[in-house]
Ligand binder design. Sequence first.
Ligand code: CU
Length: 381
Amino acid sequence: MSWWRSLLSRRDVLRVGAGGAAALAGSVALGQRGSHPASHSGAAAASPAPTTSAHAGHGNNLMVGTVNHKRNGFDPMAMLTDWDWGKVSTLPNGQTLREYTMIAQDKEIEIAPGIFFPAWTYNGRVPGPTLRCTEGDRLRITFINQTIHAHTIHFHGVHSAEMDGVPGAGPGEIQPGGRFVYEFDAEPFGCHLYHCHATSLKRHIHKGMYGAFIVDPKGGRPPAREFVMVQNAFDTNFDGANEIYAVNTVGFEFARRPIPVQKGELVRIYLINILEFDLINSFHLHANFFNYYDTGTTLEPTSRIVDTIMQAQGQRGILEFKYKFTGNFMFHPHISEFTELGWMGSFQVVEPEAYPAALKAAGVDAGWDKRSLQGAAGGRS
Ligand SMILES: [Cu+2]
C-alpha cells in the first residue's frame, strides 16, 4: 500500500480513492451545487450504489463509491447527534456525577471511499465520543490504554494541574496497558474539546485522538436541532500535510447524504476545529447568515449575522440559524482547497410534511431525530 502513497499529491489521493476513474472529486463536488443529490444514482442518499467508471465525469458524482460505516464502527451522520451523557448518579452532596470510559485503541478506518488510515482512537472512533454534561457536574473519566503507545486525555476547561493530561503533570502519559481516572467539575459551560497531549503532540492529534466536550449552561439553551461537527483532516502519506478533509472524519459524507432539517426551525451547530498542519479552517453557510458564540461560553452571540467564521487550531464555537427556504444548501470552509479535498456537505431543508422522507433518505431513524432536538426542552439525561 505504501509505495503509491509516497508518490501521490494531495488531489491524486482522492482520484485513486475514487477507483482510478476520472472522478475529479473537488471540481465535480462544486459543480454539483444546486442539483438534487438523491436524484442521481452515484450520489443516492440512503444507500449510494457504487458508481461505475461509466458515470465518471457525469457531473453529479462527488466521489465514486461509498464508505463502509459498519466496518468503521461509526457513521458521521450518527455522530452529529450521538451525545454521550455518561453513567449518571448523584453524589452525597447532591452533585450530579457522570462517569465515562475512554479506551485508547489502534484501528484502521476508512476516511473516503477506498482510502484507509491507520488511526489512533478513543473508543475505536474518530472523533472520539461526544462527552456532554451540564456546568457543575462532577465528571469521572476512566482512561484505559490498550495500544502500544503512551497517551493522555487533555480536556479544555478548568481543572487542577494533576488532571491536565499532559506529560509531567499528575500521572503524565498513561503507558500501554495503564489506566487513570480523570476527575473534575465541568466548567465553564461551552463548546470544548479534548485530545491526547502525549508527545509528539501533532502526531497524536493527526492520528485521530480528539473529540467534542460539550458543557451545557445550567439553564440550558433555547430548544433547537443540534449537531456536533468536528472539522478534521488526515495526513495519509505522513508528509506533514493533510490529504483528506472532512467534518466527522469521512470526506464528502454530508454531500452524499445531506443533513435533514425543517424550514424555519432553529439549528445549532457545535463546531470544533482540530486540524493539524493547517493553521486555520473556516465554515461558510450558503443562502443564510448565522449568529456565532465564540467558544460557546456566552448566552449572547459574540458575532451576529455572519455567513463565514474562521477557527484557528483548537478553536470552537456555536452557530445558530434558521432556514427561510426549502432546498439543498451547501456548507463548506471558505478555503477552496479543503472543500475540494472532502470538507463539503449540505443541509436538506424541507417542509415538516416532507421531513420523514428526508430522514429516510439520510439513512437515519426516529432515534436520531429525537437526539437532535436539544436545549431547555430537549432530551438531557
Ligand atoms: Cu496519544
